[in-house]
Design a binder for this molecule. Structure first.
Ligand code: SF4
Ligand code: SF4
Ligand code: SF4
Length: 273
């Protein structure tokens, strides 16, 4: 059964849990209560969160695992994200102030589409709400990173300093403001995170354009691989479809057990596309 992983100790398993709604990194109070109850009743009263935002309940006796999973399912939690299935879609918090484009909803939709689908091999999908890429979109099989191209209207600037001073100021050193001079933007330094457009109180900086860059073929592990850029500036309402197209193409081309990065190495990005 997917999501039931051999654990430490004789006859013990780890139950790996994800949620399709809300997606796993957001659990409702009811789901948290269920997790606590299952960990108390079947496990050793602890849970562990994985680096990809799934939750694991360790120390469950193997013969009770199915019962534990049935209890989890009552609040929309499912065992999964192991073996040749898609891993839980890894995504930024919708409450992060930096979000150029919030990614929780696309993550939820992708979890619904692919959470229980068999793949040729493990498949990781990560969505980042801005170019900081906290969700490690460049070391996942498929990554989407939101970008914002800003527009600067200097005449509106009130020289408040918010976009340049700590703690919220531009981290790429792409903006300058002084008491004598309104904001100056260095395009060449800008990493298009869009944060300044989220915080400017007078809309002197706004978002001119938003979209996602789609990366493929990244991976972690013993031999980390940096993903390659497949498509630039995909419209925000197209990101789920674009990621889905990559998933379907991977299924079409991969040999059993072959990770996406190996497919790319074998056929090349052009042919993959
Ligand atoms: S990638 Fe950007 S939006 Fe996502 S958590 Fe990091 S800073 Fe926030
Ligand atoms: S946050 Fe806006 S108003 Fe304040 S210094 Fe920056 S551009 Fe000017
Ligand atoms: S100037 Fe560019 S890098 Fe700096 S905060 Fe704005 S969008 Fe981000």
């Amino acid at each position: 059964m997917s999501g039931i992983i051999r654990g430490e100790g004789e006859g013990k398993v780890v139950v790996r849990v994800r949620s399709a709604h809300p997606y796993t990194a957001e659990l409702t109070a009811e789901q948290l209560r269920t997790l606590a109850e299952v960990a108390r009743r079947y496990g050793s009263r602890v849970v562990h969160t994985t680096p990809r935002q799934a939750v694991e309940i360790p120390d469950v006796p193997e013969h009770l695992a199915e019962k534990a999973v049935a209890e989890l399912e009552k609040t929309g939690l499912v065992a999964g994200a192991s073996g040749r299935l898609t891993r839980n879609v890894f995504a930024c918090s919708r409450w992060c102030l930096y979000n150029a484009i919030p990614v929780a909803e696309p993550a939820e939709e992708l979890n619904r589409r692919y959470g229980d689908e068999e793949m040729p091999a493990k498949l990781t999908i990560s969505l980042s709400g801005c170019s900081f890429s906290c969700s490690r979109s460049r070391t996942s099989d498929i990554g989407a990173i939101a970008r914002t191209v800003i527009r600067v209207e200097r005449e509106k600037c009130i020289k408040c300093g918010l976009c340049v001073n700590e703690p919220l100021g531009c981290q790429a050193d792409a903006l300058r403001v002084s008491k004598d001079e309104p904001v100056v933007w260095s395009r060449d330094k800008c990493v298009q995170c869009g944060f300044c457009s989220n915080i400017c109180p007078v809309s002197s900086i706004t978002a001119a354009e938003r979209g996602f860059d789609i990366y493929i073929g990244g991976g972690g592990g013993f031999f980390p691989r940096e993903a390659v850029l497949l498509k630039e500036f995909v419209a925000e309402d197209r990101v789920v479809e674009e990621v889905s197209r990559v998933v379907e193409r991977y299924r079409e081309l991969a040999e059993p057990g072959e990770r996406l990065y190996s497919v790319i190495e074998r056929v090349g990005v052009k042919e993959f596309e």
